[in-house]
Structures are given as structure tokens and as C-alpha cells.
Design a binder for this molecule. Structure first.
Ligand code: URA
Length: 421
């Protein structure tokens, strides 16, 4: 078989055969297909798409490129994956909550790239906390605590690691078959029995429109079903940042508030809704709202953080420089654009432009008013935090037009738009 034949077939709009897919993914992982050939193939897939059976086979080949974990624990295993958003700290309260309800939650997570934050970057703002665990440590913590949030091990879907880096620099990320196979190959390799997908839709998400998000959700669910997972996808709004905090340490602090029975209403709502769905797929009949209120989820959080070397009681870093954006006039905050806030937080140092860049633990944005809130001229709307004050003008530039004050605001739509099972 030759890479050129496979590229030509997809370039000319043909369906790739199982043999072609298995061969090209394996050969690319081994280095026998060059980056430039895989780039051309990714672009051909981007332009001509893949049928669902092709996407399923492509996913299977990526799973087989590495290890598939066998999670041998005495509780049902269930995971959650978010397609990424602004202020999306939900994994932090959710993993200990679902574990406190009786499931085992293996959450192998990534770092942030661009305007969406990464779960590991957020947790690394806790002094001492360690993202990299060995397989033995993951298994031990899953059994003892019930929840692990850590970096994916090197051996999981190595074909995806190589291909994702290539897609990032060849403008071939935003293709549904490639996104769906990338996400699902890692989740299938991780070995959980059940998975709930949080497919974000809106300006701060990958998928800007509901039809696009539905297409991605359907592709993800179909791959999961094919691989024997119990799976569902919730379509959730990402046109406005989730909660108040957008950044790293600020999002940890907000998650702790939620685990202690407080926190912003939207973060609590989504955490409980996702927990209900996860528990339902795991076959556990427990009310997560009651467990959250009981303080048991917070106890599990403390054990989860300590198990990975972190000190849950240590003060969190705070950006050394603050800048407050105020309301220009009296009225109602009509819009607060998730993408604009995400880019501002990123420019303040909360995110990275290249995957090797460091992030600032204390950088971020606090959204002190949310759409629908009445505001007075001069009232603080946004608090920007950073260790690099020179970044503030760039963050303000990102926020220009990102919020509006008007006489009235449109009533926001639901946070959970739909669930696809
Ligand atoms: N997240 C992934 O893991 N892969 C993609 O292709 C896009 C988002």
C-alpha cells in the first residue's frame, strides 16, 4: 500500500477502505508515512469528509495505535469530556461529586490551547499538585478516592497525539470526523465503561452554531456506541462564560466554593446536570444535589488533591496586577461574549499560544456582572488579573465590543439545550 494512493483516493472523494485506514494510521504512528503526506490526507478529509463507518474505523485504528487501559476497580467507571469552553471548570467539582456518589471517575485531561482553558493548567495552580501519574498510581487512586484528574499517559492513542499536533499547524482541526475520532480515540483507550460528552455551542466553543454542535454530538455518540460504551451528549450553551471566574487559580477557587455549597448558579446547575447523567449511565441511583449539599463531595476533593501531592488548604496564587473595567452607563448588561473574555484571559497569561508555553497561575478575568444584571455607570463589570501588566491593553482590545449595556436584555436561553442519547 502507498500513502500516495490513500491520499489520492480521499482527494478524489472516495470512501477509504478499512485496509487503507488501518495501514495509514499505523504507518503514520511508526513514522513510515511522512508528516507532509498525513497533512495532505488530513486536508483531503477536511474537504471531502468521511462517512460514519470510515470515521468509526479511523477511530478504531487510533485506539489500536497504543494501549487500552483496563480499569479494574470495584465501582462502575464513568467519565465526562467537554469540547472546551470559557470558564469551563466543571470537571473540578464534578469528578469528586460523582466519585462521592459511588462511581469511579478516571479523568485523563489535557492542557489549554488558545482561548479555552485546560483542566490540568487550572489544577496546577494548587501548590504541590502533580498532573503526571503512573498507571499504578492512577489505579490506586481510582480505588481509594474514586476520582483521578491527571495527564493522559504517553501510550494512549499516540496516533492522535501526532495527528493533532499536525492538524493544529495545517488548519485541519475543525473537521467533524477528525475532531470526533480524536476525542473518542482517547476516551475509548482510557477504558471507562460510560461517558457523558458536554458539547459546547456558542461563540466561546469550537462549534459556533447548534446544527454544527448537533452534528459533532451525533458523530461522537455514534462512535461510542460502536465501541460498546454507554454514552450520551449534552449540548450546553457557551455564548457566555461559565460562572464568574475565567483563568486558572480563580477557577479552582470558584470550584471549591461550589463544593462547599456556594458558587455561581450556572456552575452548580451544570455540575449537577452532568453528574445526574453520568450516574444514570453508571446505573447509580443517588441524587448528586443531596451529596453536594452534604459536604461529601468536598471531602472527596480534598482527598483527590492530597493524593496527587497538592495542599487543598494552601492559599492560591493571585495575579499581582489588577485592572477593573466599569460599566459605561446605567442599564442592563445585555451581552458578555464568551470568546472575547476567553481571549482576554489568554492574553493576560492564563492560556498559551504554543503548547510549550508556560501559563500564569494567577492570571484571569472575573466576570462581576452577567447578562441580565442591572448595572450602574462606573460599577465594576470585569476584573482583569495578571503578573504582566503590559498585557492589559491587549486584553482590553480583545474585550472591545465583547460586552454591551442596554436598556433591557434578551432573556438568556437554557444552559442545557438538549441531550442526545
Ligand atoms: N479536542 C481533541 O481532543 N481533538 C480535537 O480534534 C479537537 C478537540
Amino acid at each position: 500500500m502507498s500513502a500516495v494512493d490513500v491520499i489520492r483516493a480521499k482527494r478524489d472523494g472516495h470512501r477509504l477502505t478499512d485496509e487503507q485506514i488501518d495501514w495509514v494510521v499505523d504507518a503514520y504512528t511508526r513514522g513510515a508515512v511522512a508528516d507532509e503526506q498525513m497533512s495532505a490526507l488530513a486536508m483531503a478529509i477536511f474537504l471531502n469528509g468521511m462517512e460514519s463507518a470510515e470515521t468509526a474505523r479511523w477511530t478504531r485504528a487510533m485506539v489500536l495505535s497504543g494501549d487500552r487501559l483496563s480499569l479494574d476497580v470495584d465501582r462502575p467507571t464513568v467519565d465526562k469530556h467537554s469540547t472546551g469552553g470559557v470558564g469551563d471548570k466543571i470537571t473540578l467539582p464534578l469528578a469528586p461529586l460523582v466519585a462521592a456518589c459511588g462511581a469511579a471517575v478516571p479523568q485523563l485531561s489535557g492542557r489549554g490551547l488558545g482561548h479555552t482553558g485546560g483542566t490540568l493548567d487550572k489544577l496546577e495552580s494548587i501548590p504541590g499538585w502533580r498532573a503526571r501519574l503512573s498507571l499504578d498510581e492512577i489505579m490506586a487512586q481510582l480505588s481509594s478516592v474514586g476520582a483521578v484528574v491527571c495527564a493522559a499517559t504517553e501510550g494512549l492513542a499516540p496516533a492522535d497525539r501526532k495527528l493533532y499536533a499536525l492538524r493544529d499547524v495545517t488548519s485541519t482541526v475543525e473537521a467533524v470526523p477528525l475532531i470526533a475520532s480524536s476525542i473518542m480515540s482517547k476516551k475509548i483507550a482510557e477504558g471507562a465503561e460510560a461517558l457523558v460528552l458536554d458539547v459546547k455551542v456558542g461563540s466561546g466553543a469550537f462549534m459556533k452554531t447548534l446544527p454544527q454542535a448537533r452534528e459533532l454530538a451525533a458523530a461522537l455518540v455514534s462512535i461510542g456506541v460502536d465501541h460498546g460504551l454507554r454514552i450520551s451528549a449534552m449540548l450546553t450553551d457557551m455564548s457566555v462564560p461559565l460562572g464568574v471566574a475565567v483563568g486558572n487559580a480563580v477557577e479552582v477557587a470558584e470550584s471549591v466554593d461550589v463544593l462547599r455549597g456556594g458558587g455561581p448558579a450556572d456552575v452548580v446547575e451544570l455540575t449537577v446536570a452532568l453528574a445526574r447523567e453520568m450516574l444514570s449511565l453508571a446505573g447509580i441511583d443517588t441524587d448528586p444535589a443531596e451529596v453536594l449539599a452534604s459536604g461529601k463531595a468536598y471531602e472527596t476533593w480534598e482527598r483527590m488533591i492530597r493524593a496527587q501531592g497538592g495542599d487543598p488548604d494552601a492559599p492560591l496564587p493571585v495575579g499581582g496586577h489588577k485592572h477593573v473595567v466599569t460599566a459605561p452607563e446605567d442599564g442592563v448588561l445585555a451581552t458578555l461574549d464568551a470568546y472575547a473574555v476567553g481571549v482576554a484571559a489568554w492574553r493576560l497569561g492564563a492560556g498559551r499560544a504554543r503548547k510549550e508555553d508556560p501559563v500564569q497561575a494567577g492570571a484571569g478575568v472575573l466576570c462581576l456582572a452577567k447578562p441580565g444584571d442591572r448595572v450602574e455607570a462606573g460599577q465594576p463589570l470585569l476584573e482583569l488579573r495578571t503578573d504582566t501588566p503590559d498585557a492589559v491593553p491587549y486584553a482590553l482590545e480583545a474585550l472591545a465590543g465583547g460586552y454591551t449595556v442596554a436598556d433591557s436584555a434578551v432573556t438568556p436561553g437554557p444552559l442545557v439545550i438538549d441531550t442526545i442519547r
